[in-house]
Design a protein. Structure first.
Length: 127
C-alpha cells in the first residue's frame, strides 16, 4: 500500500548491478483505462489501440543499481517527484530560473539554497 493505493511490486536482476523494479498501481490502471476509453469515444484513439495499450495501464518500471526492498525504492522514486515539484515551484512561482550568476559554484549554491527554501515553503504551505 502507498497512500491508500494498492501497489503490487516485485524486482528482478537484469545485469550485474542493475535491478528492474516493477509496480502495478491498481488505481492508476483504472484512471489510465478510463482516460483511454474517453479518447476512443472522442475518436482520438481506436478500439484496437485500446486492446494493444491495455496491458500497460497502471504499470511503472524502474531500473536501479540499488538492491533494496521494492517498497523502499518506490518511496525513493515518489520522493523524487516532490523534488521535481519543488523545482517547478521555484521556477514558476518564485521566477528563480533567472540567476544572472557566472561562477559554477555560485550557481550550484544558489540553486541548492533556492531548492531548500522552496521545499520548506511548499512543505509549510501543505500543512
Amino acid at each position: 500500500m502507498y497512500k491508500d493505493r494498492g501497489i503490487n511490486c516485485g524486482k528482478k536482476k537484469v545485469e550485474e548491478n542493475i535491478l528492474l523494479y516493477m509496480y502495478e498501481d491498481t488505481k492508476l490502471r483504472y484512471e489510465e483505462e478510463t482516460n483511454f476509453i474517453s479518447m476512443v469515444e472522442s475518436g482520438e484513439k481506436s478500439r484496437k489501440d485500446l486492446e494493444g495499450e491495455r496491458i500497460k495501464f497502471g504499470k511503472i518500471s524502474l531500473l536501479s543499481n540499488i538492491d533494496s526492498d521494492p517498497k523502499h525504492v518506490y518511496g525513493l522514486w515518489k520522493n523524487s517527484e516532490d523534488v521535481e515539484q519543488a523545482f517547478d515551484f521555484m521556477k514558476n512561482e518564485l521566477e528563480n530560473d533567472k540567476s544572472y550568476l557566472s561562477n559554477d559554484d555560485t550557481v550550484r549554491g544558489y540553486f541548492f539554497l533556492s531548492l531548500y527554501l522552496s521545499t520548506f515553503i511548499s512543505g509549510y504551505l501543505r500543512l
